[in-house]
Design a protein around this ligand. Structure first.
Ligand SMILES: Cc1cc2nc3c(=O)[nH]c(=O)nc-3n(C[C@H](O)[C@H](O)[C@H](O)COP(=O)(O)OP(=O)(O)OC[C@H]3O[C@@H](n4cnc5c(N)ncnc54)[C@H](O)[C@@H]3O)c2cc1C
Length: 442
């Protein structure tokens, strides 16, 4: 990097959001550099995961032919676990087996991010891996560049740009440094989930038999309740070509309160009677941990400052409901930030006021509309801890009672189940909770 070089935009982080910005800017002919601390883009990244691709399809229309995709998701399954039981909704549809494959594909991030970054380079962006950005450079309160860690300890390389797009992910230190994450939007154990994931190797035929899939079909199973010891979070299993991804994640403050570690949680999840048979005979070939922001619409950071924008996880753009679709939100935010910078370049003005068109684009799109709609989701779960830890697992066990074979007349069985349900929940508080749950989740 030549020190005196000045870019239209410097992007910190070459994940989905940063590279979506880089591609958008490079295609428009702006000079853009993406700096990535990993040895290559994706080297330090992990997710579950399903890559959601409505935005990718616009950026690279033929991506299904070129991208390193694992499987397209034909089955989604949402399971509630109690200590010994499971109650699940299994959704499979042949529509998901045809293009555009419901815009849902499993990928391995170390391969996908690398490929995506190469696409940005082909479009004209510069992507430099192995660069850790430690600080921002300010002039008269405006962000005008970055300081990257130098080769010798305590030294820095400076790089200047008309603006900096912070795409650093959930560990959003530069966002705080930019003054965009303050007070309740600062990182804390209450607004960060910590997750652990194992990649487990199994023969392709075993995966296909075990999960009732063929060819490139894939599944996404998500587990709640006892899957994470009743805390806010979930467990998951996703199928790749010849591996499966298995993991758990939950709110750091919950883990601290329960004095549990992620390792204990993962071991317990993997040993659950509904989960263990799905993993049988597999060999763990990878193990990693990562954070996820868990912020509501009302706790989002400021998304724009003078000469600076936040995208993706750094901006807390997470839909915490069942839908997730976080990679799509990350890429959309990257594209919108890119478009705002293109407009700023046309005006020759990179002030907060001009760059604020980014926020407007987010507000007008599914990104902030969805985050706003589910703004009460996490609050509801935090205010009603017994919902996940006690009441939902109770429903799983109640279902087992309902179907337990005996010579008790069915009329009595039904009466007993209703009585136990009412006793546990209390009729009025149940109605109130169901109403709150509906408002938060649907
Ligand atoms: C366990 C787990 C499961 C998930 N499952 C799913 C899923 O199934 N589907 C889904 O859509 N989403 C999922 N997510 C969320 C998804 O991974 C993120 O929302 C998405 O990666 C956000 O993209 P991003 O580009 O904003 O950040 P990231 O992908 O985190 O990229 C940030 C990049 O910035 C780099 N970086 C950070 N700091 C610096 C610095 N100072 N200098 C230089 N480079 C830096 C990092 O190395 C990284 O490459 C999951 C996340 C986790 C942790």
């Amino acid at each position: 990097m030549a020190d005196e070089e000045k870019f239209d935009a410097i992007i910190v982080g070459a994940g989905p959001s940063g590279i979506a910005s880089a591609l958008t800017l490079a295609k428009a002919g702006l000079s853009v550099v993406a700096l990535e601390r990993g040895e290559y883009p994706g080297a330090k990244n992990l997710f579950g995961g399903i890559l959601f691709t409505t935005i990718l399809a616009k950026l690279i229309p033929n991506f299904t032919e070129e991208a390193p995709l694992e499987r397209h998701i034909v089955t989604r399954r949402f399971s509630l676990l109690s200590k010994e039981g499971e109650l699940a909704v299994n959704l499979r549809n042949e529509q998901f087996n045809r293009p555009p494959f419901n815009h849902s594909f499993t990928v391995i991030r170390s391969r996908f991010d690398r490929w995506f970054a190469e696409k940005a380079e082909e479009a004209g962006a510069e992507v430099y891996p192995g660069v850790v950005v430690d600080d921002l450079i300010f002039e008269n309160g405006k962000v005008v560049g970055i300081k990257a860690r130098g080769e010798r300890e305590g030294t820095y390389d400076e790089l200047y740009g008309n603006c900096v797009i912070i795409a650093e992910g959930a560990n959003s230190l530069l966002a705080e440094r930019a003054g965009l994450r303050k007070e309740k939007s600062k990182m804390s154990p209450e607004n960060r989930v910590t997750a652990v994931k194992e990649v487990i190797k199994l023969p392709r035929e075993v995966i296909e038999d075990r999960f009732h899939i063929k060819d490139n079909e894939g599944i996404a199973y998500e587990y709640f309740g006892e899957a994470v010891s009743g805390m806010i979070g979930s467990g998951f299993i996703y199928t790749n070509k010849d591996t499966i991804s298995v993991g758990v994640g939950c709110l750091i403050s919950d883990l601290m309160e329960k004095r549990m570690t992620l390792y204990d949680l993962l071991d317990a999840f993997k040993a659950h009677p509904a989960v263990a048979p799905l993993l049988r005979g597999g060999e763990v070939i990878e193990y990693s941990t990562h954070m996820i922001p868990e912020e509501s619409y009302d706790e989002l950071p400021e998304l724009v400052g003078d000469g600076v924008l936040l995208v993706g996880d750094a901006a807390g753009l997470i839909n915490p409901s069942f839908f997730h679709e976080v990679t799509n939100l990350a890429m959309a935010s990257g594209v919108f930030a890119g478009e705002a910078v293109i407009e700023a370049k046309e005006k020759g003005d990179f002030s907060k006021e001009t760059l604020s068109s980014y926020r407007k684009k987010l507000e007008d799109s599914f990104v902030l509309k969805d985050i706003k709609k589910y703004r009460r989701f996490i609050r509801f779960l935090k205010d009603n801890p017994e919902f996940l830890s006690d009441q939902l697992p109770f429903v799983v066990d109640l279902a087992a009672s309902f179907f337990t074979v005996s010579e008790t007349p069915k009329e009595e069985v039904v009466r007993d189940v209703i009585k136990r349900f009412r006793k546990k929940m209390g009729t009025f508080s149940l109605l109130k909770r169901l109403w709150q749950a509906k408002r938060a989740m649907l």
